[in-house]
Design a protein around this ligand. Structure first.
Ligand SMILES: CC(C)(COP(=O)(O)OP(=O)(O)OC[C@H]1O[C@@H](n2cnc3c(N)ncnc32)[C@H](O)[C@@H]1OP(=O)(O)O)[C@@H](O)C(=O)NCCC(=O)NCCS
Length: 157
């Protein structure tokens, strides 16, 4: 596992976040959308930075509302994948959500995204639904995944 630090994103991180975003997604968020997400209070936007050079290597954004956390985006720079960075970001999100008394975490993922599905499975997310034709470029169903902490037992950890 790579040594990373996780901290809230700053506007100075935008160039690097955009680089990762445009490489990672066929329908990337615009710079304006990411800028607003970084600045918007209810949305949390965290970056992982590599040590010791402090380069942004991944990010996650999520929205905490009442006892629910909606994970909005998650990506790791292509040169830093399979080093535990997305896992560390997800764990940071779960920790923040739990501190805010959240009991359920949910997200959507393309059904063909085997890497992300393997990651979420490892973090004990379960498929709970499907949103037909949720994505475009290409059109594809989303799988809806969630992890609940109010109903979990020790065996599922
Ligand atoms: C999906 C993504 C975020 C994973 O990031 P990552 O930092 O490489 O993931 P991690 O190293 O933390 O992986 C943790 C575990 O997830 C699983 N996993 C991650 N990538 C995988 C892959 N390509 N194939 C199979 N399993 C994978 C593995 O179980 C892995 O543990 P292991 O390496 O010990 O086997 C990254 O591939 C990415 O940015 N993809 C493009 C953007 C994207 O699809 N985001 C998700 C949108 S819902």
């Amino acid at each position: 596992m790579s040594s990373v630090q996780i901290r809230p994103a700053q506007l100075e991180d935008l160039d690097r976040i955009m680089e990762i975003e445009t490489f990672s997604f066929s329908c990337p968020w615009s710079r304006k959308t990411i800028e607003e997400a970084i600045l918007c209070g209810p949305i949390r936007f965290l970056v992982a930075t590599s040590l010791p050079d402090n380069q942004v290597v991944g990010y996650i954004s999520f929205h905490i509302a009442a006892d629910e956390v909606h994970i909005m985006t998650l990506a790791t720079h292509s040169a830093f994948r399979r080093q535990g960075i997305a896992r560390a970001l997800l764990e940071a999100c779960i920790q923040e959500g739990k501190q805010a008394a959240a009991a359920v975490f949910h997200l959507e993922v393309r059904e063909s995204n085997t890497a992300a599905l393997a990651l979420y499975r490892k973090l004990h997310f379960k498929i709970v639904g499907r949103r037909p034709k949720y994505y475009f470029r290409p059109v594809e169903d989303a799988l809806l995944l969630s992890r609940r902490f109010d109903k979990e037992n020790v065996d599922s950890r």
